[in-house]
Design a protein around this ligand. Structure first.
Ligand SMILES: [Zn+2]
Length: 376
């Protein structure tokens, strides 16, 4: 196993790429989907079950973990991998996005952000240096730069001001991260939907030099068309030979469209969160298990799915346990959803390797157009 962090592209098809990110904790097959383990757990899933769905890497949230149980406590207990019983790669976000969306009484300065915890009102500070320190204490394999992301729509002046601050913070993050063989630091491109600012941000990050690059500041309410419009140019502004990560995306058709545009990594709470609200993603679209039409249906969620939920349980059972608010409802639908997402990524990887991404995408859209399932 490699002791270095390395990205090798094995095949391309149009702008899409497939390859392997090698890390001392294991390989990550790209394009990759990272399930979100916000509070040191992918909700409703055991770590071995997450791995069984095909996940090579998880995402952990700096903001949540620094507040509870604290990064210092996790470090004392041997780091996040040991703490949560996941020995494969972990990517941690910087806390920047969540401090802006969740924390109270935020105060943003050149130095960083001070805020009050949404859990107990305690006072905290996040800066590039503190974010790097926390992510190191957690033992994260892929560390994200501390950045600021304005909500869209925002005017050009606001987007530019925020992007420039994020670039100064990127340089400070790089400096504070230091030299840590086997660990990677990713820069985050900002610039909203402004092509020239995205280019300026990409140039600034490339000059600093990172192990990978994220397209940040998307999936914040701009809609798929605007997001794809930005992805028509943003990934190509970043270095060709490093992983490109689209943060916080997304729905299955968002992921397919972004892979076509040259994105290698994704994370999203959608498959796990939807699992808890009885919403299942299938090749033929979304199935709501709470819908009354499933109460007598002996068929699985998806007759072609090989996950433990579909191979052993009926829609009728899922409908029942959801209505009865039994925990197994969240467990089964989350398992299915994560399995579906990983199958989708495996399909994309195979199609790119075979040079038939267009065929895969056509089949993907055709199956969804058929609708969930035939009437009984
Ligand atoms: Zn399934």
């Amino acid at each position: 196993m490699t002791q270095r962090f390395q990205f090798d592209i094995h095949a391309t098809d149009g702008k899409a790429r497939t390859g392997i990110i090698s890390t001392p904790r294991g390989d990550i097959r790209t394009p990759a989907f990272m399930p979100v383990g916000t509070a040191a757990t992918v909700k409703a899933m055991m770590p071995e079950s997450v791995r069984a769905t095909g996940a090579d890497i998880l995402l952990g949230n700096t903001y949540h973990l620094m507040l509870r149980p604290t990064a210092e406590r996790i470090a004392k207990l041997g780091g996040l991998h040991k703490f949560m019983n996941w020995d494969r790669p972990i990517l941690t976000d910087s806390g920047g996005f969540q401090v802006m969306s969740l924390a109270e009484l935020r105060k943003l300065t050149e130095e960083g952000v001070t805020f009050k915890s949404h859990i107990d009102g305690s006072k905290h500070m996040l800066s590039p240096e503190r974010s790097m320190e926390i992510q190191k204490l957690l033992g994260s394999d892929i560390v994200m730069c501390f950045d600021e992301c304005p909500a869209l729509p925002a005017d050009r002046a606001r987007i530019n001001e925020s992007m420039q601050l994020s670039m100064r913070w990127a340089a400070r993050s790089r400096e504070a991260f230091g030299d840590r063989p086997g660990h990677a630091l990713f820069g985050i491109q900002q610039g909203g939907l402004e092509q020239d600012m995205r280019a300026e941000s990409a140039a600034a990050l490339t000059k600093i030099g990172f192990d990978g690059y994220a397209v940040g500041g998307l999936a914040v309410g701009e809609g798929q068309e605007a997001m794809f419009g930005c992805l028509d140019y943003a990934p190509e502004q970043l270095p060709q030979d490093k992983p490109r990560y689209l943060m916080g995306v997304g729905k299955p058709d968002d992921i397919v469209g972004a892979v076509e545009r040259g994105i290698d990594m994704f994370d999203c709470v959608l498959p796990s969160r939807s699992g808890r609200t009885g919403q299942a993603f299938t090749r033929r679209g979304v199935v709501n298990v709470k819908n009354a039409r499933h109460m007598d249906d002996p068929r699985p969620l998806d007759e072609d799915c090989t996950c433990p939920c579909c191979s052993q349980y009926s829609r009728a059972y899922l409908s029942h346990v959801f209505r009865a608010q039994e925990m197994i409802s969240s467990m089964l639908v989350t398992w299915h959803n994560l399995h579906y997402y990983q199958e989708l990524m495996a399909g994309l990887r195979a199609a790119i390797a075979a040079g038939d991404l267009a065929g895969f995408v056509k089949t993907f859209h055709e199956a969804r157009a058929l609708g969930d399932i035939e009437p009984l």
